[in-house]
Design a protein around this ligand. Structure first.
Ligand code: SAM
Length: 274
């Protein structure tokens, strides 16, 4: 067996078609083998319409841990690359944001001597920037996966936007299960408690779900942190906690940098009120 097999890992964006980059679409159309995991049946049909040789990667809901499902996906992708094929693996959103098999497939293929590359895609974070009017370049942002945020406690900054992903799957090692209400409530309760140790319970945050179809609006639901556990969430829910206030200016640093004219701008919290 030679090393002529290759791998391109691409994303469809959150809205397939409209948010799929031209490069990703081209990769799907041209590949000898396409293996995909997307968020809904319409997106599956679309991938199949671009390349009839496409095959959906299994996502069994039989109690198997997610880790197992993901490593089976990586194995399946690699098995096609090892056959010497030009393979395109397709994931929804950005294929490298909270998508373990996307990164792992690239790492493994390269370690076995194959050419492998990931193309960037439009992630839920990109949609959040647009829908909530948030500019991470202005005052920064902090992004965490919610279970990791709780189980590996880290310092976080109340002067900087805080984004928590997978808030519907806190403490869940398997696929999202909407009927597991007790676990979802327990996770949100733990998250709410931790956030309220730094923010007032009355601080307003947003449950955000980017629209998956162009005709649907995004979900932008405001809740106070003290009532987080009462909120209904889905596998798509992301929490945005705006800063309490801007970080205070450091007068000594301003003098050192010769920026005497710099004064505090008005609070830009309003930017997150879409
Ligand atoms: C397995 S990750 C996949 C992320 C995806 N690769 C991306 O680029 O956004 C799933 C998590 O991403 C976030 N997410 C995915 N789709 C979303 C959407 N439509 N709106 C808001 N957040 C979303 C949520 O936090 C969700 O729990």
């Amino acid at each position: 067996m030679g090393n002529e097999g290759s791998l391109l890992v691409v994303g469809t964006g959150i809205q397939w078609g409209g948010q799929t980059t031209i490069a990703a679409r081209h990769a799907i159309e041209k590949a000898e083998r396409v293996l995909f995991v997307v968020a809904d049946p319409w997106a599956s049909q679309w991938v199949l319409s671009l390349n009839p040789r496409a095959e959906q990667l299994p996502y069994p809901l039989d109690g198997r841990p997610r880790r197992q499902i993901y490593s089976d996906m990586v194995e399946r992708i690699l098995s096609e690359v090892r056959l010497g094929r030009q393979v395109c693996a397709v994931f929804y959103g950005h294929p490298g944001f909270l998508t373990f098999p996307g990164h792992e497939a690239v790492r493994r293929a390269r370690s076995e001597g194959f050419s492998a590359r990931m193309l960037p895609g439009v992630s839920s974070l990109d949609c959040l920037i647009a829908d909530l009017g948030l500019d991470p370049g202005h005052d920064g942002w902090q992004v965490f996966e919610a279970t990791s945020f709780l189980t590996r406690p880290r310092q976080f900054d109340i002067h900087t936007s805080l984004i928590l992903c997978q808030i519907g799957g806190i403490g869940n090692l398997g696929p999202f299960d909407p009927s597991d209400r007790e676990r979802i409530r327990r996770g949100l309760s733990a998250l709410g408690e931790l956030l309220c140790s730094q923010f007032p319970a009355t601080h307003e945050a947003v449950i955000y779900e980017a629209s998956v179809h162009p005709v649907d609006p995004p979900r932008i639901e405001r809740i106070t942190l003290g009532r987080l556990e009462e909120t209904s969430v889905s596998e798509l829910s992301t929490l945005h906690v705006p800063p309490l206030e801007r970080a205070p200016l450091d007068a000594r640093m301003i003098a050192r940098l010769g920026m005497a004219a710099l004064t505090d701008e008005p609070d830009r919290k309003h930017l997150s009120r879409a």
